[in-house]
Design a protein around this ligand. Structure first.
Ligand SMILES: [Zn+2]
Ligand SMILES: [Zn+2]
Length: 602
């Protein structure tokens, strides 16, 4: 008897991103991506009405943004009472009257049962493919490329500590406890959530890559189990992770083979026009010659045939930089390291220094630690420096800077400097915070190197003052969120003469992004910064972008599909799934436009 194989699509259906595909084969269950459905979430949430972190899963399930899947989510998100400590008095919750307030009884949490989810594949580290992994039980293995793992760590390290960034590190320290009395307490012994250092006797350590110096940290969280081998088996399914080009490094397709040799190809997000990325031939070689039965194909740009390459973007940006006599502002996505390299090279050839933010500097550094032959160390790049913002008190005081904004040593994320006893000890040895009369101890070579890494941006960063003095020397990484910098870079009259803003990121694709685009134009115009506008049919102004998309064009997708010739094709990650039928008419391929939540037997 043939094994039963089925596919269910919980996201990415007639929408761009939010892919969540469940593949089942005789008891083996895997998910292909578990990304945030940005468009759907954006229908309800915005800046001042955000997801409630203590109730996130309850709320997102009610909105239908997350699917009801048994044996997947962590119990701590489905059952408040599971967070109780020994001795917590749960009778304080009105459990009899309203149990369903405290427990979601409609879904079974993950509990290591045979029927539970066996693994989750992540094609790449964009939020519309990875973010909702945050709610998945940490015992479930994540399968991805090594680069995606490193990226997910780096993104967690520089993000705020909300529950939505737990796709790498999972915080175990939140516990339900009885409130102890303090001078602020009105109702002692009532329940509250508290951070509890459960395993404070356990230590984790990291080794400084340059010096070998070991930093230690108390364990208050766990790291998800990422498996990064390119081939393997999960239950009855064999898999292969096939590298693809995309606007983030480490992207991959997932190829699965069932026990009766059905081959299923999930493309993830895919392009063939990037730099140093697999060509279509190389990609097809990775997929292999054996026939593909089912292809799940992205179609973000299925209706577009614009054919630009990253090289075109490079020429475009370089020309612009050379034309401008003042400061050049450049806007691009910080995870797009290909675009970073393009701009760095263009700036170099135009004789300018490229100023980046600490977030991308940290990301580049982590990629370099992973593979020094492929990714250059940002510290060693001649014409790339970190732009040092005025933070907090606006005094350029060293204490104004969060750890990753001070240098490269943020390997344990958002923990306060105080917790990292080693760095504080080095600071003490250097005499920082001591009376002048006290003895300053010599640092070992390792300690010196570690200190230099940790304070790299503080010591070597370029300030607004320097940019204002010599604007023609720099290309500044800049987005709407950096608008406050314009106050510091401009003259006392609030102008930045002969300056130009280059948009090197995608066009806005939501109402909110269009509003932000308009606001950014207001800022630029106020400060006398020039840019290339276009006018749409409604008379609205937009930026002209120096950009190529992370997605293959319609023509490339059709060429790819007709070469692979799958028996069945499921178009996803597109607002125009019907376009595939039109373009593949007469090809003999059965095209199935998936319906959300429906299971398809294969
Ligand atoms: Zn996507
Ligand atoms: Zn993507």
């Amino acid at each position: 008897m043939n094994p039963s194989v089925s596919l269910t699509f919980y996201g990415g259906v007639s929408e761009i991103g939010g892919n969540k595909i469940l593949l089942e084969e005789s008891g083996t269950k895997v998910l292909l991506d578990f990304g945030r459905r940005m468009g759907e979430a954006g229908k309800y949430y915005e800046e001042f009405i955000q997801i409630r972190s203590k109730s996130a899963l309850f709320d997102l399930l009610k909105l239908g943004i997350l699917p009801k899947i048994n044996g997947l989510y962590s119990r701590s998100f489905l059952d408040y009472t599971s967070l109780a400590n020994d001795g917590t008095d749960l009778t304080k919750l009105p459990l009899d009257e309203a149990e369903d307030y405290w427990r979601n009884t409609s879904i079974e949490p993950y509990s290591k049962k045979d029927s539970d989810i066996d693994g989750v594949f992540i094609s790449h580290a964009h939020f519309d493919h990875i973010q909702d992994v945050s709610f998945i039980d940490k015992e479930i293995d994540i399968y991805s490329t090594e680069t995606t793992k490193v990226l997910s760590k780096a993104i967690t390290d520089v993000s705020n500590s909300g529950v939505e960034y737990q796709f790498y590190e999972v915080k175990d320290k939140l516990k339900l406890v009885n409130k102890t009395e303090s001078y602020k307490t009105v109702f002692p012994n009532e329940l509250e959530f508290k951070e509890v250092l459960e395993n404070s006797d356990k230590k984790c350590s990291i080794t400084c890559p340059k010096s070998g110096y070991v930093f230690t940290k108390d364990v208050v969280s766990s790291i998800r189990n990422y498996k990064t081998k390119s081939t393997g088996k999960i239950g009855n399914l064999s898999y292969k992770i096939v590298p693809v080009g995309h606007s983030v490094p480490g992207a991959a397709s997932i190829l699965l083979t069932t026990s009766d040799n059905k081959r299923i190809l999930y493309t993830g997000d895919i392009r063939f026009h990037g730099k140093d990325e697999p060509s279509m031939e190389e990609y097809l070689a990775g997929v292999g010659k054996e026939p593909i039965d089912i292809m799940i194909c992205e179609g973000t740009r299925v209706d577009s045939d614009k054919k630009l390459t990253e090289e075109d973007v490079f020429q475009n940006i370089k020309k612009k930089i050379q034309e401008v006599t003042g400061l050049v502002f450049i806007d691009f996505g910080w995870k797009d390291t290909t675009r970073f390299e393009t701009i760095a090279q263009a700036a170099l050839e135009a004789g300018r220094i490229f100023l980046i933010n600490p977030k991308i500097a940290y990301l580049l550094y982590e990629l370099h630690r992973m593979d020094g032959s492929k990714y250059k160390n940002p510290i060693d790049m001649r014409n790339v420096k970190v732009y040092k913002k005025r933070q907090e008190g606006c005094l350029y005081s060293k204490n104004d800077y969060a750890k990753f904004k001070a240098g490269y040593l943020d390997n344990w994320g958002r923990n306060k400097a105080k917790e990292d006893k080693n760095l504080v000890r080095i600071a003490e040895k250097k005499g920082i915070g001591r009376e002048a009369s006290e003895i300053v101890e010599d640092l070992s070579a390792e300690e010196n190197l570690a200190w230099n890494l940790a304070t790299s941006h503080i010591d070597n960063g370029v300030t607004a003052y320097e940019v204002r003095k010599n604007p023609e020397k720099y290309v500044l990484m800049f987005s709407f969120w950096d608008a406050n910098e314009l106050f510091d870079i401009s003259t006392q009259e609030g102008k930045i003469q002969n300056s130009f803003y280059i948009r090197a990121s995608c066009e806005p694709f939501s109402d909110e992004m269009e509003i932000d685009e308009r606001k950014l134009m207001n800022w630029l115009e106020k400060f006398g910064i020039d840019y290339d506008p276009s006018i749409d049919e409604k008379g609205n102004k937009h930026f002209i972008s120096a950009h190529v998309s992370g997605h293959a064009s319609g023509r490339e997708l059709i060429e790819l599909i007709e070469t692979i010739m799958p028996k069945k094709l499921f178009p996803i990650h597109t607002e125009k799934p019907e376009k595939f039928k039109e373009l593949l008419k007469g090809s003999g391929i059965e095209i199935i436009e998936p319906v959300a939540g429906v299971s398809y037997s294969l």
